[in-house]
Design a binder for this molecule. Sequence first.
Ligand code: GDG
Length: 465
Amino acid sequence: MSDPSRADFVVVANRLPVQHSMSQGNEEWRPSPGGLVSALTSVLQSRNGLWIGWLGVSEHGEPPATYEGIPLKAVSISRGEYDDYYLGFSNATLWPLYHDAIRAPTFHRHWWHTYEDINMRFATAAAEAVAPGGTVWIHDYQLQLVPNMLRQLRPDVRIGFFLHIPFPPSELFMQLPWRREILAGLLGADLIGFQVPHVASNFSRIARRLVGATGTDSILNFEGRTIRVGAFPITVDSAQIIALASDPGIRERALEIRRDLGNPEVVLLGVDRLDYTKGIQQRINALTELYADGSLSGGKHVVVQVAVPSRESDAHYDLERHNLEQVVSEMNGDHGLVGSPVIHYLHQNLPFDELLALYLAADIMLVTPFRDGMNLVAKEYVACRTDLTGKLVLSEFAGAAAELRGAFMVNPHDLEGIKEAIRLALKAGPKEAKARMSRMRRKTLRRDVYDWAQSFLAALQQGTA
Ligand code: GDG
């Protein structure tokens, strides 16, 4: 007899799919934005699933028991644990280490111990929630120990893990004092998914070298079990984006944005979480030099940079914001005209409709992270350009670069290279732009985020039956 209080399918992620917000003095729980929530929601709905996650730092009482019919189970994390597990080990140790160490990672034993404790809390919650023989899909770098912890508690369960961010090359991963524990944690899964193939192979090599796993890059053997390893590049909800891109209200808003910007010849756009991995300052430095050398000119070329507030209680992010705002105001000070700034900067979380209108208003999209697991902004821009206009300048170091070969590629560390790519994008005529955009759309529209979730889960079921 199956226990009705247990679910056949469980998603475990750091965050629940709802977030707290205040609207005109009223408290509300709203869905967290993004395609991941939509994709997982539909999979959970079709499989009698449940979502386990943390509510975020807010102390706003109980979240709803369900979201779109999906039961939610909140894991609570105290203020002190938040500092050590989230701000500390997740975002000041793992995040920089996994992104090429472009900021020095910090290692503290007490952060690690709290990371272990919180991972055990998530694993216990999953073990209590999943039905016999059920499936658990664990997400991202905050929860890398959960696969093995859950396996110890519930050996009957099928366990998948997907890493949304890069996995570092061995030279960097070796710095981690708890490198063996992290590998053993991940290897508790039946399937470990990464964004791009070379990252998956790199992980398997490290696992063979460091903890004595055997096998190939795609099938490892460890402690008597078989673990599949593969690439599952995440993508966007293209049907939804295409529908929004043809919405008359959003199209009108895109025209209005261009009018508000003074009807320039060219609008250049950046949209990023305000994060030091995204290369925003370097990009603005490149743009400033292009205004200085006359490749761009005030009134004719206008830049819009949306920097979405992120991890605001972290001092690194605070400093990043401060430095970014400094270069933005210098750029306007040096090159702006009265009533016509050269860069419009928004430090805001915008409604998705407004983001779409900005994508439609932009002639050139600038996506130049120093390192990025995938980068969905690049794919969203491509998906919404249904008329095949628009040009994308894209970092070689974003996972998306493997698919979006029609972009103007840049090494984000090379200031002259960024400038040159922007010049080339400015120069490219409509025919070249169309050919490049068609190429990128063919690739992007082949699969959507629902296919992504289905392909991961199909691979996870392989070898069962
Ligand atoms: C991590 C990995 C990987 C942005 N501004 C607003 C807004 N957004 C939405 C975008 C996009 C998402 O946020 C950002 O996703 P990215 O992929 O660009 O970057 P990360 O947040 O760093 O995501 C990344 C991703 O996980 C998925 O696996 O691709 O590499 O780092 O969807 O549209 N949404 C709204 N308002 C905004 O102002 N509503």
